[in-house]
Write a protein that binds this ligand. Structure first.
Ligand code: PHE
Length: 521
């Protein structure tokens, strides 16, 4: 990955990568989702779900959704009866699919580790939201219910985000949160302040490359107003009064779309007047623009301090229509940075059902979510997401003292990169039915790419930099499908010997046979 360029490309993926990576801009995905939602009355399952703000998003999933449990996506005969996360014990069932390696990361809390780049990024963002209004919640437990993570937010029962191929389940109703929005409903119900910021680790089964890791961090923020508490009951006036108290900035903002659009980005007309939705949106947009201006100004200052030839370009940001099941209208904020438009956050006017279900029907407001690693990679020019989990002093020491003096923020200076070691693995998929038959059903495979990714991570852990589909074809007569993946073994810490790489690769091959039932070619 050459700096942030790849980050830019890693937005919502509509088409799974086949050979080369196919990417479509997040906003395009979002509107596709929305269109298919309208046409079919349901969200299309073949599209990348758009609740997925992360370093990059879910890849489009060929696997089914979760409404009726599919056979285990990876055999889990070695499933423990109970597991412990942060001192609490949970009972597993056949839904359990959390590898030990992921479980081991639940206690790391990088967002709270002093001078860790994720924690520094959190601090920079928090600095733009005064504590008096925005109460901080940085210790919410990663284990949540399917109700918290999905149902409370209006995710349909067959949403692809619920699939076992995409989400780490402890049991049928308990999972490792896939986003910080899992805490929205409870935090609105508690109603302890006019706003909040939640920072936390989130978990998604995903591909392996330099910007994807099964655990990453998000920050969620919200601001609410209470119709019964504002002067004269005039909530629009109250919101504009709060907006007037915010600082201004002089960055160029492109906001070409209407504040709401009947099909593309609807107003919640049964709950909000157009003036109310526009007031909430105006406060939301200014608040988030101020945050983004702060982040990118700091990134540029760091770049300029270190690079005498640094050419400063004026910052440009733009608002793009989006879709999330729990906000409407919804947007993404994109920033033009080093030649690309980068999607930095998702947000919108909270669905009123959230407040109604939280016994706060008189409240209304906005929410946003942002991926912290993605921002940290930009701020510090960190080229590989595995580095965040490194305990190597050559990494960690570069950030010492930054939290106590943000002006010391410096770009990361990469230590020497060790040679890559590419190895291919080719195999026939097992067919789920009509074994050996040459009928159309022989084409049905229960293979999901994320299962392969997990086998690779399980064997080689952080020694794998990247896994890419090189080739696939279906045999014209038998209907059997063959796939070839290329795995890049490259440690962050040392040069791998050929024997070591071969050993990893052999174990990956065996793992694929044992866990996914493929036939090696
Ligand atoms: N939870 C969303 C995601 O992970 C982001 C989001 C948060 C969007 C809050 C809108 C409001 O992509």
């Amino acid at each position: 990955m050459a700096g942030p360029r790849v980050l830019a490309a890693n937005v919502m993926r509509v088409v799974p990568r086949i050979g080369a990576r196919s990417h479509v801009r997040a906003s395009a995905t979002a509107s596709l989702l929305r269109l298919s939602a309208q046409a079919g009355g349901r969200l299309s399952l073949t599209r990348a779900p758009s609740h997925c703000l992360r370093v990059a998003s879910y890849s489009s999933s060929a696997g089914g959704a979760a409404s009726s449990p599919p056979p285990p996506s990876t055999p889990n005969s070695s499933r423990p009866a109970t597991i412990e996360v942060n001192g609490k014990t949970y009972t597993t069932d056949e839904w359990y699919n959390v590898p030990q390696t992921v479980l081991a990361l639940t206690g790391r809390k990088l967002h709270l580790q002093k001078d860790h780049p994720v924690a520094i990024t959190r601090q920079i963002i928090e600095s733009k939201f005064p504590t008096a209004t925005y109460k901080r919640y940085n210790e919410f437990d990663p284990v949540v219910s399917t109700i918290q993570n999905f149902d409370s937010l209006g995710f349909p029962p067959d949403h692809v985000g619920r699939a076992r191929s995409d989400t780490y389940y402890i049991n049928e109703t308990t999972l490792l949160r896939t986003h910080t929005s899992a805490h929205q409903a409870d935090t609105f119900r508690a109603s302890a302040s006019d706003g909040y910021l939640i920072s936390a680790d989130v978990y998604r089964r995903d591909e392996v490359d330099r910007s994807h890791y099964p655990v990453f961090h998000q920050m969620e923020g919200a601001r609410v107003w209470d119709r019964t508490k504002v002067p004269n009951g005039d909530v629009v006036a109250a919101i504009y009064a709060d907006l007037a108290k915010l600082p201004t900035h002089d960055v160029k903002v492109e906001d070409p779309n209407p504040p709401h659009h009947p099909e593309r980005n609807p107003l919640q007309s049964e709950h909000h007047t157009p003036e109310e939705a526009e007031a909430v949106a105006a406060h939301l947009k200014r608040s988030l623009e101020l945050m983004v201006v702060e982040i990118f100004t700091r990134a540029k200052q760091a770049a300029a301090r270190q690079d005498p030839n640094y050419v400063d370009e004026p910052l440009r940001v733009r608002w793009v229509e989006a879709y999330f099941p729990f906000t409407s209208p919804s947007w993404e904020l994109e920033v033009y940075y080093q030649g690309d438009w980068l999607e930095v956050l998702g947000c919108g006017v909270c669905k009123q059902e959230l407040f109604i279900n939280a016994d706060q029907p008189q409240q209304l407001g906005w929410a946003f979510g942002i991926g912290l690693e993605r921002i940290a990679m930009l701020l510090f020019q960190i080229p590989d997401i595995r580095l965040f989990w490194s305990k190597d002093e050559r990494f960690l020491s570069q950030f010492t003292g930054v939290q106590d003096g943000l002006d010391k923020l410096k770009r990361f200076v990469p230590f020497s990169k060790y040679p890559a070691c590419w190895k291919d693995v080719s195999f026939w998929l097992r067919s789920t039915s009509a074994a050996g038959g040459n009928t159309a059903v022989a084409n049905v495979h229960d293979f999901h790419e994320n299962d392969l990714m997990e086998v690779v991570r399980d064997v080689a852990g952080d020694v794998v930099e990247d896994v890419q589909l090189k080739d696939q074809f279906t045999h014209p007569k038998t209907g059997r499908k063959s796939m070839c993946y290329r795995i890049n073994y490259r440690s962050l810490e040392k040069t791998l010997t050929n024997e070591e790489a071969n050993d990893f690769h052999e174990r990956v091959r065996q793992g694929l046979v044992e866990k996914l039932g493929v036939e090696l070619r």
